[in-house]
Design a protein around this ligand. Structure first.
Ligand SMILES: [Zn+2]
Length: 268
């Protein structure tokens, strides 16, 4: 049943079998290992460039992007990025690198993998900076934070973490960690916990199909639990940096029948 070649245990391998099998085995191991090294080298390079342009595009700082890229690349193999550059040019972050991956374990015979990544620079738009605003608003709903500094408006934008031109479904309020977040109106907490992409999030149902969402908090900042009744201005949590977030901020949404709306008319 089993080919004779592999029945080494029973009779012991003959010299001929060893002469054939051992080099074959070594060769196969080397080929597999080479494939792993090559694949890892290429993936590490791509990840490093992606992280570099992401950070450069969201901070506007090419040097920071380069630092992040080098950190992401790590030092797993005996290969390295050469000519790694990160530049911001015409509102576009561009990262380039050549990675020399040793073939047959020899640095003297490298395969050079050349790669490039770009991302449009995201300018933080502080559209409401400097405007006088009542801390809690004077409409039906109040403000989710006391000193609202909007760092990203509702609308289409380049996604800072995942890339791609997508709807930014809420308002981002910048602020240090654990800056108090308040319920914008009376309601019932319909969610308090981890939500994919949003990180630690609180949802409050205000009735009439209107739900307010407070995302990217840290779990230990959340002060309410699901099912709890809250009142307007009650502190429900604090600004954090969880989920798809590149720095501490509150991502605030208004959803009507679960469809995100521009929150500004509701809270200003
Ligand atoms: Zn946001």
């Amino acid at each position: 049943m089993i080919p004779r070649l592999f029945r080494l245990g029973k009779k012991g391998a003959s010299t001929v079998e060893f002469v054939i099998i051992l080099p074959l085995f070594i060769l196969m191991t080397m080929v597999l290992w080479q494939a792993v090294v090559l694949g890892k080298g290429i993936m590490d390079t791509q990840a490093a460039l992606r992280d570099a342009v992401r950070v450069a595009a969201t901070t506007g700082d090419a040097e920071k992007g380069k630092e992040q890229g080098e950190e992401s690349f790590g030092d797993w193999g005996n290969y390295q990025m050469k000519n790694f550059t990160v530049e911001i040019d015409n509102n576009e972050a561009v990262a380039k690198a050549e990675t020399e991956i040793p073939i047959l374990f020899m640095k003297s015979t490298p395969y050079t993998y050349t790669s490039e990544a770009q991302a449009p620079v995201v300018k933080p738009v502080n559209v409401y900076a400097g405007l006088e605003m009542p801390p809690m608003g004077d409409g039906e709903f109040g403000m989710p934070v006391a000193n609202p500094i909007i760092t990203s408006d509702y609308g289409m934008r380049w996604h800072p973490v995942n890339g791609g031109y997508k709807l930014h479904s809420g308002l981002d309020f910048g602020g240090p960690y654990d800056t108090p977040i308040y319920a914008i109106g009376d309601g019932v907490v319909t969610y308090a916990g981890w939500m994919n992409g949003y990180g630690y999030t609180v949802d409050i149902n205000h009735g009439g199909g209107i739900v307010s969402r407070y995302a990217h908090q840290e779990s230990q900042y959340i002060r309410v639990t699901q099912g709890e009744q809250v009142t307007r201005g009650q502190r429900i949590g604090g600004i954090g940096n969880t989920g798809w977030s590149t720095g501490p901020h509150l991502h605030f949404e208004i959803r009507v029948n679960n469809v995100p709306q521009d929150p500004k008319p509701y809270i200003f």
